[in-house]
Design a binder for this molecule. Sequence first.
Ligand code: ADP
Ligand code: MG
Length: 698
Amino acid sequence: MSAELNTPIEFVKGVGPQRSLLLKNELGIHTLIDLINHFPFRYIDRSSFTAISDVKESNAAVQLKGTMGAFSEVGHGSSKRLVAPLFDQTGSVELVWFKGQKWVKSSLKEGKPYIVFGKMARYGQKLSIAHPEMELVEENAIPKGLQAVYSSTEKLLNKGLSSRGIEKLIEGALPGLKGWIDETLPDYLVQKYRLISKEDAIFNIHQPKSEAWSLAALYRLKFEELFVLQLYLLQRKLAYTYKTPGHRFTVVGDHFNDFFKNYLPFELTGAQKKVIKEIRYDLGAGFHMNRLVQGDVGSGKTMVALLVSLLALDNGFQACVMAPTEILAKQHMASFQSYLKDLPIRVALLTGSTKKKDRRVLFEELQNGEISILIGTHALIEKDVKFKNLGLAVIDEQHRFGVEQRSKMWKKNTIPPHILVMTATPIPRTLAMTLYGDLDISVIDELPPGRKQVKTLHRFDKHRLEIFAFIEKQIAEGRQVYVVYPLIDESETLDYKDLMDGYESITRRFPMPDYQVSILHGQMKADAKEFEMQRFIKGETQILVATTVIEVGVDVSNASVMVIESAERFGLSQLHQLRGRVGRGADQSYCILVSGVKLSADAKTRLQAMTESNDGFALSEVDLKLRGPGDMMGTRQSGLIEFKIADLVKDQEILTQARKIAANVIENDPELIDERNKRLKRALVQLQNSRKDWSKIS
Ligand code: ADP
Ligand code: MG
């Protein structure tokens, strides 16, 4: 890199002290290279314009060329706005500004020709564009092809740094950089994958010579961004595993064999076998396992956890299973106990509500090794929980735990226990590659046999009588029913009112003594919740009216109907999770999505996707497209999925390729010490410096 590229932004031609301050604060641009790395988010094809008379559709983005007429102010109060007509030979549209009127008036010139870009709206006969992007047509200007559009902010606009203003700064700087932009990827990769050079990419991302060059530049820069991140993740994965010694589970012993031969209640599915094999390989290899098992609801993850725990026991270690809620922990406890009831294996439960007295005994038995398997909530990672020799930690439903908790688990033994993370929230492959890029991933992509697909229907509120009649029939056949209400915010009193109203109308329609209805929500005391839950599990009540407390893990195989009220308010993954509560027995099960008639486009897509697919992975792809990666995963982990130019939704293919190539590079040269890879080593150092907060993420 030339010294010039490090020029502080205030010394770049056309910037100066005032604008430099804004560029730093608003866009994080501190030096010339930062400016050059401020990539456009879109291009205008400067060679094509729509004639105003051809503009018909509302809401379409159009590019017009015409003369702007005189400004006038119309409306009062908050609807006060500045308007001006734009004419071309075929007609006129109205340009409208609600904000920044003073600036608009002083910077745009009446009677001059402009190129105008914006979204068309139609009010009656009148066409208008609010807050258009405007550019003066310079006389005698050489016509351009694709013109870059840059993101800007209101404060920058006020200092003349609109998209065009930023473009001018870059335009001024680029010629002097010819020959100074160093290649950042190894030559052998650039050649092998036919990438354009870094310099060509930088020049063409800002000033594409043609559409083909703009695409090549986009590809090159997106690839580089994704590739370097994958290198980083894969290198770290290598450090966790191969460089961290792990307990070596060499034997398959009595516990495992005895259980497998004599007590396994069903034949494992092919997918379960495959995943156990992958895990066994890790456990025998002498390094520290960090593996994520993704499997749809009902795919049989619990049995995988149990079998792997038995392997730990066979090798002289203890195992623990951590679940995100007390209900789930108890459910795991019940499953483990029933599977192991005839075997001499001590399983214990530890949750927040374990009594102090019992705790003391439990801790003692844990330390002297009498307890072999400990199941519980996050209470497990508290400091005073000490094991004699913990060899395996299973963490169920990972996305509810922070990654910090994962690392606390590591400290439970001098050599960290193997970590098996299980999640029933399928996430798209490309997202997993990034968010869990430093874990090995196994997928249980098969459901146990004989299970009937849940039938999913969408009905409107007004069909409630029909829905009640259906519920009645199912109950008459001995089935049980869930009715779930949204409770997005615990403090939302309106949601509680909906829930209680719903409960009332259900008890009216299904009165005692013929029917029993349970209710379950977050504001109930733990023992009341437990009581109601148990009544339903034992089949004493036919209907369970609940909020999403039941979302995870509850397993009542006799329940065959899941009614989801206000289904339009739930996210796709939540709907799918809820649906997973039914279809666990041999009977045909149903999921009924109840919504209002008025639905947003996204809500329609979600509900339709649910009725069309039972595949959690397919639904997660839809979800990713609807919400984007950041919203889908919540903000906590979004640092890893924020990119300068790449887009995890659109660039899945590039990512897949980048991952493959990165794996190849790391396999051949794990430490990147080969002279040929020295640029990559530098890129990783830069990446780490620019994103210090990452260390917290995993
Ligand atoms: P999840 O992956 O959602 O945690 P579970 O482990 O709770 O799924 O399993 C769901 C149900 O399927 C349980 O009732 C379990 O006993 C049953 N099950 C698991 N594996 C098999 C199998 N291979 N064959 C038949 N039933 C199975
Ligand atoms: Mg489970």
